[in-house]
Structure formats: C-alpha cells, structure tokens
Design a protein around this ligand. Structure first.
Ligand SMILES: [Fe+2]
Length: 384
C-alpha cells in the first residue's frame, strides 16, 4: 500500500431540519458572524430558520450575498474587504459549491492578507476564518474538502487555494434543503457527486479510506439519484445528502481526475456550471480511462447496481460506463454539442488547460493535449 494522509477535521451534523442549528454552532466560534449566500437563495426562505436562530440567541450577524456561480477572484476580494470592515469572528456559508468556496477564499484572505492568486500554491500561513458550511445542493462536497476553486479573471482559468488551512469547522447537512431544489439542479449536482466518488475511487491517489467512502457514496447515488429527481423520495434526499458529503471527503483525501481537468477548463473559460460540465463528461472520460484501471471501473459498475454477472472486468467496466451515459440522458443533462457557448476554435486552448491540470496526472490514463482536443471534437460533432 502506498503511504497516504487522511485529514478530516470537520464536524458533521446530519439531521433533517438541521439548518436551524447554525446559530448554536456559530456561538461557539465568536460574537459576530458573516452569513455568505447568493441572492436567489435568500428568496427561497431557506435561510429564515437560520436568521431566527441568530435573533433568538441575540447574536450579531451580517450578510454577504454577492455571489455568482464559478466564483471570481475580484468578487471574493471585495467580499473580504467587507468582512474585514465588519470585524467578524466566523462565517456561515449557505449554498452550493460557489457559496462555500467563496466563503473559504474570503476567509483565507481575511486571515492571511493578499489576493486570491497569492494563495494558489498551498502556501497559506494561517487557517481560514472559522467556517460553518450548509450545503444546499447534493454535489459540491466542498463542506469537507480542503480547497477552494476560484475563477482567475486575468487568466480565465481556475485557481485552487488549498491546504489543511482551508477546512471548515462544521458541516451542517440537512437533507430537507433538497426538497425544494429545482430538479435540474438536483440532477446535475447529483451527477457531480457521482463524478467526485468515481474519480476519487479510480484515480491514482486513492487509498483504502477514500475507497470506503467512495464506494458507499456510489452505492447510495446508484440507489437514490433517479428516485430523488423523479419521485421526490425523502429517503432518496437523505441518501443523496450523505453521498455528496462522503464523495467530498473521498476526493478531498485522494483526488479527482480528468473529468475535472475538463470541467474546470470549461468552467474557467465558458462559465459552464461545474456539476453540468462534470455530468456531461463523466461517461466519455471514463470510457477512455477504463484501460488504466479496469478492475476499479468494474467495481464502480457493481456499486451502481449494474448486473455484471459473467462479465470480465473490462466488460463490466464498460457496462458501468454505459450505465453512467444512460443516467445522464435520463436526467436530461445537456450534451456538449448542445451548448451554445462552445466554439471549436477554443478547443486547442481548452485542451492545453486540461492537459496541464494537476488532476490530469492522477487519472488512470494520462491524456495528452491532443487527446483532450480530439475528445472535444468528437463530442462536439456527436449527433449534430
Ligand atoms: Fe467537483
């Protein structure tokens, strides 16, 4: 077995209705809290029990809701100036990966100074401002990872602020937040969680601890994602919320792989939502990666509930890939060729970014720039 580190400092609170416990946890971290969320989230009413909790405890809080998908360095740096002026002791991030990653990056700047791009080498000196995360999708996993992904508006690429310092103190997982999540988001973020779990499991940085988390996450997603989207099953929401976090803990301690090499290139350049980009690419990248880890992909098929009786490891692996492709279709995930923003003249640049992403080297098969470009061409022309 290869040596590995496993770091999981985040307390997890898992309970239906648990959002109301934010104030109770924030109270332990100091007198004044910054609640970080996006504007659409405010109008859902999901934060009302959080605000009530703070009022009941007569705790001081301020709000920052200037958040966009694929969070940008310039917005984060503005948010950090605001947070500093307010003299806060802790943060509560409520939302998907964008809200959580924004809060993490703001907290990194608050405690370390500088700008986002100063901290992309894993070189933070001090932990981020104490953070409580309340994920409202079933995809990010960021509540338990040790990184924040930020759009660098100068390079139009994704920067990663990472290290043990970038960990939340508490993750409050309330499956009830998924009840009113638009089905499209439930589907794409659920596929994001599946991507995290599959990549954590097949990548070269996997270890027995992350394998255990990834396996259970894949099993839960196989059993529950379509039921959550199509049947409003409460049990499925519970399973998806648990699976998303477990998948985050898995890839946070192993790695992601080349689905993410692509989704981060697409997110940085075209602003395509992370979950959608992953969901779109998962099957095709997996198909090309099977030769590097056929047994592991065969396991993925088994965990997903695919009938692999009598199949060789390779056959089972490809049966799992077919299942993932059908799943994306069933959940109405858009195809690459259907995206208006995509322009073939960008493929070379995107392929260059993807080929040089760190996670590319942990994929079971290491793709070259030409491999990525050929993949973009093929998917762009598929069924046109
Ligand atoms: Fe991701």
């Amino acid at each position: 077995m290869e040596p590995f580190d496993f770091y999981m400092p985040t307390k997890i609170i898992f309970e239906r209705g648990a959002v109301k416990r934010a104030a109770e946890e924030a109270e332990k971290l100091g007198a004044k809290t910054l609640i970080v969320t996006d504007k659409p989230m405010l109008s859902t009413g999901l934060l009302d029990p959080i605000f009530e909790g703070f009022k009941e405890k007569e705790m001081d809080y301020v709000l920052w809701s200037d958040i966009v998908p694929n969070p940008r360095d310039v917005d984060i740096e503005r948010g950090a100036v605001f947070a500093k002026e307010q003299g806060i002791d802790s943060m509560v991030a409520v939302g998907g990966g964008s809200a959580i990653d924004t809060a993490k990056a703001m907290g990194a700047i608050l405690e370390n100074g500088g700008k986002c791009e100063d901290w992309r080498e894993g070189n933070l000196k001090h932990p981020i401002t104490p953070l409580i995360c309340i994920p409202t999708t079933c995809g990010t996993g960021s509540e338990v990872t040790h990184e924040s992904i930020v759009n660098n508006t100068t390079t139009m690429e994704k920067d990663c602020i990472w290290g043990d310092e970038v960990s939340a103190k508490v993750a409050i997982l309330d499956p009830d937040v998924l009840i009113n999540l638009p089905k499209k988001l439930l589907a794409s973020t659920g596929m994001d969680a599946l991507t995290h779990a599959v990549e954590a499991y097949v990548c070269k940085a996997a270890n027995p601890f992350t394998d255990a988390l990834a396996e259970t996450a894949i099993r839960l997603i196989g059993k529950s994602l379509t039921k959550a989207v199509e049947e409003n099953s409460e049990e499925a929401y519970v399973n998806m919320m648990a699976a998303s976090c477990m998948a985050g803990a898995a890839f946070g301690n192993s790695d992601v792989a080349s689905v993410h090499s692509i989704s981060e290139a697409l997110g940085g350049y075209y602003d395509i939502p992370h979950g959608t980009a992953n969901a779109m690419m998962l099957a095709e990248v997996s198909r090309l990666s099977v030769p590097g880890a056929p047994e592991k992909y065969a396991d993925v098929a088994k965990f997903l509930g695919v009938d692999i009786k009598g199949l060789s490891a390779e056959e089972a692996a490809y049966a799992g890939v077919d299942y993932m492709e059908k799943l994306a279709g069933r959940l109405n995930i858009p195809r690459f060729c259907e995206l208006d923003v995509v322009d073939p003249k960008d493929f070379k640049r995107l392929a260059h970014t993807a080929a040089n992403a760190e996670e590319t080297f942990d994929n079971p098969v290491i793709f070259t720039e030409e491999d990525f470009a050929a993949l973009f061409e093929r998917l762009y022309n598929k069924n046109k």
